[in-house]
Design a protein. Structure first.
Lengths: 262, 255
């Protein structure tokens, strides 16, 4: 059974100049435990997609299913991470990570919450920083803490909206590896919105290319790479060909001519 | 010199220099007491009217603090209304700005007529009326400019509006709130004194000031002014202490 299923979703925002359609016939299916990366031109409605899956808004038409249930509103079984780590400055890193547990598992003893948070902080290399404030950490470390917070309550689905977008290239690669390590330690289904094609291939089991606005599913690439992926894999010919295909698809989505095409 | 000692000595030194300058100004100009009192005249005034100062200071203080507390609750409520609802914001802003623009001295007779003889009530009311505006505005701006992502991390988990307010919106607004409270505490103080001086009813430091004026006791009047300044400093730093406790996280560590 697919964990995330999006069926023919259409959505428009109302603006002064009339309705602005952003999604038009979006189809998406992510099997349980799979990692789905979504790429597309800027402003094509990718962030709207995350809000729909999270139940923060309802589509005008079509259906979003999570774990065999129709999404009608927010649910405790999703985790979210954004480009901005949105850590709460008045809380320590530890208490930031614990935050979702306060909502999802109010009766869980503090001791167990701390143990769970520490386990994750340790996994992303932040043990020793749990009592620091977010302002004392670097951008990459803050994003690591944000990822821990997104999965601390063991969500079925992790929804990420360009979480690595604001990081420098080296930090970003570090976080890709952290992401893969996290998934190996605790399997979850993931939906990642990104602008970075290499990132989409390195992390994804499938890469979905959205067309320009209004977005529909234009192309789906199955990433046929082994689960164990060293960073070097990005420099293999196999990945090179995948990136080439994706790049051409993005050009089509942007309505620009594909290089080398007649 | 340690940082702590420096923090105490520097302001005290500044005050002493100010007093010395004042003393020198009066001395150089040869002003008699009935033109302008000098700092050296004040101790005598304080010791002579010590009881009246203590009673007056207490009356001024409790009415200011009570008015400010009401302003905090009312400002919080109004700020929440305007912060969460666009309609309320559009409706209330012009009203509040207009009300804030009215010189509060003109309201003293209005209050005095509305609640004849209710001196404590009138004074508290004025302290409240003059000081709630900054608090309401700061809370409303803080809430309405909250980045949607902050709300979404809890909303996506099905948290209630109240939970989101308590766990995210309120603490995130605290630095702005305390910034406003520092303005409000001074305003509330002015409100209390305004009523005490403009609508005389024999209570508070304002009344003591008036009796100094009636008896042409200039040292007494200046002694009241200095006492008011001291009370103002105490109230202000009480707010700073609260800010350190509740919003100390917003202060950047100096490196």
């Amino acid at each position: 059974m697919a964990q995330v299923e999006i069926r023919d979703v259409r959505h428009a925002y109302s603006t002064k100049a009339g309705p602005l359609p952003v999604l038009d016939g979006l189809e998406l299916s992510v099997p349980e435990g799979d990692f789905c990366a979504v790429v597309g031109p800027s402003g094509c409605g990718k962030s709207t997609l995350t809000r729909l899956v999270a139940g923060l808004m309802k589509p005008d038409e079509g259906e979003v299913w999570l774990h065999g249930e129709l999404v009608k509103g927010p649910r405790k079984t999703v985790g979210m991470a954004f480009q901005n780590p949105v850590l709460l400055e008045w809380r320590t890193i530890l208490d930031n990570v614990i935050l979702p547990l306060e909502i999802v598992a109010p009766s869980m003893p503090r001791k167990d919450r701390v143990a769970r948070a520490m386990e994750l902080l340790d996994m992303v290399g932040l043990s020793g920083f749990e009592n620091k404030r977010p302002s004392e950490l670097s951008g990459g470390m803050r994003q690591r803490a944000s990822l821990c917070r997104a999965i601390v309550h063991k969500p079925d689905v992790l929804i990420m909206d360009e979480p690595f977008g604001a990081l420098d290239a080296f930090t970003r690669e570090d976080l890709w590896q952290t992401m893969r390590a996290l998934r190996q330690a605790e399997p979850f289904t993931a939906l990642l919105i990104t602008h970075d094609l290499r990132e989409s291939v390195y992390l994804g089991d499938q890469v979905v290319v959205l067309s320009g606005r209004p977005a529909r599913t234009q192309y789906v690439l199955d990433v046929t790479l082994p689960a164990d992926r060293p960073l070097d894999i990005l420099y293999t010919q196999e990945v090179g060909e995948m990136l080439h295909v994706l790049r051409d698809q993005i050009k089509i989505a942007q309505g620009r001519p594909v290089e080398g095409a007649a | 010199m340690s940082e702590r000692v420096r923090q105490i000595i520097v302001p005290i030194l500044a005050i002493l220099i100010f007093l010395a300058g004042w003393e020198a100004l009066v001395w150089i100009n040869g002003w008699p007491n009935y033109v302008m009192a000098s700092p050296s005249d004040l101790p005598a005034a304080y010791s002579r009217f010590a009881d009246l100062f203590l009673i007056g200071a207490w009356q001024t203080l409790w009415r200011t603090v009570l008015g400010l507390l009401i302003a905090v609750f009312a400002g919080l409520a109004l700020g929440m209304l305007m912060g969460f609802s666009r309609t309320m914001r559009d409706a209330l802003y012009p009203l509040l700005v207009g009300f804030n623009a009215i010189p509060k001295a003109t309201l003293v007779p209005v209050l005095a007529l509305l609640f004849i003889g209710q001196h404590d009530f009138n004074t508290v009311m004025m302290a409240f009326l003059i000081s709630f505006f900054p608090i309401a505005v700061s809370i409303s701006v803080g809430l309405s400019t909250l980045e949607p992502e902050y709300r979404d991390i809890l909303r996506a988990l099905g948290a209630s509006r109240m939970t989101i307010f308590m766990k995210i919106a309120l603490p995130k607004t605290l630095p702005e709130f305390f910034g406003a409270l520092k303005v409000s505490v001074t305003l509330a103080f002015i409100g209390t004194n305004l009523v005490e001086i403009v609508s005389p009813h024999g209570r508070g430091l304002g009344a003591l000031f008036l009796s100094g004026q009636t008896n042409s006791n200039y040292p007494l009047m200046f002694a009241v002014l200095i006492a008011l300044a001291l009370l103002g400093i105490v109230l202000y730093y009480a707010v700073v202490a609260l800010e350190k406790i509740f919003a100390g996280w917003a202060e950047r560590q100096e490196s």
